[in-house]
Design a protein. Sequence first.
Length: 373
Amino acid sequence: MRVIVVGAGVVGTMHAWHAVERGHEVVQIERESEARGASLRNFGQIWVSGRAGGEELETALRARELWESIGARVPELGFRAIGSLTPVRGDLELAVAEAAVARPDAAARGYKLVTPAEARQINPALRGAFTAALWCERDAAVEPRPAQLALKQALLASGRYTYLGGREVREVTGEGSVRDDHGDVHTGDAVVLCPGASLSGLVRELAPGLPVRRVRLQMMQTEPLGEPLTTSVADADSFRYYPAYASEALDFLNSGQPQTPTAAAHKMQLLMVQRSDGGLTIGDTHEYEHPFVFDTLEDPYEHVAAVVESFLGRPLPKIRRRWAGVYAQCTDKSRVVHREQVRDGVWLVTGPGGRGMTCSPAIAETTANELGW
């Protein structure tokens, strides 16, 4: 079988990976010379802890297994089974963590409530004051910026993979056939469109009622911390954002301890992970209303830096870079991804939202199974 994959973000690349793994020939087409969107502008977290139960959790857990196995074969991904800690302060935040540990699926997620001393045994860099911490053993991380290049090199080594960068697919010309902006037609037994957050042009033409929206976020990265940050770190505002923490205790937190004005205005949570060079990737914000502002705003950065410093008990290293990114999210947030046959032999896969990096290997595996690859 010959598979045409359009889009070289992590979702598209994982579709190429599964097709090649199953013995098929793949042509992957990307409008940029290399991927430049949300697949590079994220935390690189394989984030099991906050996922909703049912299909979403099953997808995340399967993806976690796949990331580990792929990481063993492609060490440049930087896969690390580091887990995560969410320090909590006060009774209201503690009650949400306790409710999470009491979930029927807590063991599958690797949840455990730990004391500050136990948290510092796991992650000695957390020298700030907190009441307890929610430990999630199943969370992991990869290096998002080099990941796509590393996966591409592994695919090229198979001899069954061709990468065509700097080409935008403009038209579906027939069953399993597309034309790019160089005028070249690419024909296969199946075409999988993985456009990420690029939802105009051909995507709008093929799926005008697409139930997917775009979300903008802001993030930053520091100079090296100078010591290991041995886990990912979140704050209690992440409880408000991720569906796994929905509970009566969360309702009490939301009513009794509102977010700070800055955090509320920018729909913020703290997520933090250390990069291979020792720097910290820190964020994030959420913006849903179009048109998005084109500025990166300073107040959210100041807020999240203060939260980080309170957990580390020390000043944050110098900020090296700041950026904004945009990803695509299903409007029905209970859906893991939008997968639709839009023409004969042509499928559209988009909208995993903030789950894209986590769930992409399992999303692509499901596509491969459903299409009978």
